[in-house]
Design a protein around this ligand. Structure first.
Ligand code: NCD
Length: 293
């Protein structure tokens, strides 16, 4: 593995290796991890980000890398420079790895094929988000210790969600029992998992994974439907009461409180939403360490 672009291409052993490395970083927070060798990493975010960008940055700094922050809106991108030329420039000046988020699906894969340094996908449009998937898998692993037979319900804007895609591919490889719930126009029938009624699915799930409504990838009229979204398709207080005793709630965030999930459930006992963010740092350390050390 020279780059980290997709969960689809990883086998079970490779995924477990990264989960175990994530666990190692989670358990060795106070160890000095810098190797003394100067290495440069650049984070190219063509789409907004809070968690992913900052947790990559912390992960890079904890591993002792020099982080060259790149502000797309302050760069020659505004003069019309292409993604390829921008990334090739960054490689040419001596950067050792690029983390990239971009609105176009598959662009990260293409870059990884044309550049020689490791490229890490921090989200490509509605394509994939493999480091989010790794932190999600680690969250489930911490809770349940295994994936075979684990009942995972993924709910919401599945077709537009790169998080749903990466998780569906990885959970399939790991032998989880995945089922999906979404309104018909947000279903993605290429994933190979069954769609279920939300109220039925909630009763069976060990993990209820909610997704953000991807407003930026919709035609504008869909936003008007958000008023009734929670009751029809979201995790209400009444639905949470139907969940199994040890089941958990996940969401990659940003959460739109009151749309995908009732406000008071975001930080309830079952919610792992803020734990996921913490684990994101360890997952990104595992990936960077794997590719660069
Ligand atoms: C996700 C993203 O940007 O893909 N957020 C994240 O990285 N934690 C999910 C989302 O925005 O819906």
């Amino acid at each position: 593995m020279n780059s980290f672009v997709s969960m689809k291409t990883l086998n079970e052993a490779e995924i477990y290796h990264l989960i175990k490395r994530t666990d190692w970083f989670a358990n060795n927070k106070s160890v000095d991890l810098s190797t003394g060798k100067k290495r440069f990493v650049s984070n190219l975010f063509y789409e907004p980000s809070t968690r992913t960008k900052l947790s990559f940055e912390i992960a890079e700094k904890r591993l002792g890398f020099e982080v060259l922050d790149f502000q797309v809106e302050q760069s020659s991108v505004v003069k019309g420079e292409s993604v390829y030329d921008t990334a090739k420039t960054i490689q040419s000046i001596g950067v050792d790895a690029i983390v990239i988020r971009h609105p176009e699906k598959n662009i990260v894969q293409q870059l990884s094929e044309s550049l020689s340094i490791p490229i890490i996908n921090a989200g490509d449009g509605s394509g994939e988000h493999p480091t989010q998937s790794l932190l999600d898998l680690y969250t489930m692993y911490k809770e349940f210790n295994e994936f075979k037979g684990l009942n995972v319900l993924i709910v919401g804007d599945i077709v537009h969600s790169r998080v749903a895609h990466s998780n569906a591919y990885a959970l399939k490889t790991l032998g989880a029992n995945v089922f999906l719930s979404a309104k018909s126009k947000w279903q993605d029938n290429t994933l190979g998992f069954p769609y279920v009624n939300l109220d039925e699915g909630i009763k069976r799930a060990d993990v209820v994974m909610l997704l953000r409504v991807q407003r930026e990838r919709h035609a504008s009229q869909e936003m008007n439907e958000e008023d009734s979204y929670l009751e029809k398709y979201g995790l209400t207080v009444a639905r949470e009461l139907q969940m199994k005793p040890n089941s958990i709630i996940m969401h990659p965030a940003p959460v739109i409180r009151g749309v995908e999930i009732a406000d008071q459930l975001v930080e309830c006992n079952r919610s792992r939403i803020f734990k996921q963010m913490e684990y994101g740092v360890y997952a990104r350390m595992a990936v960077l360490d794997h590719l660069l050390n």
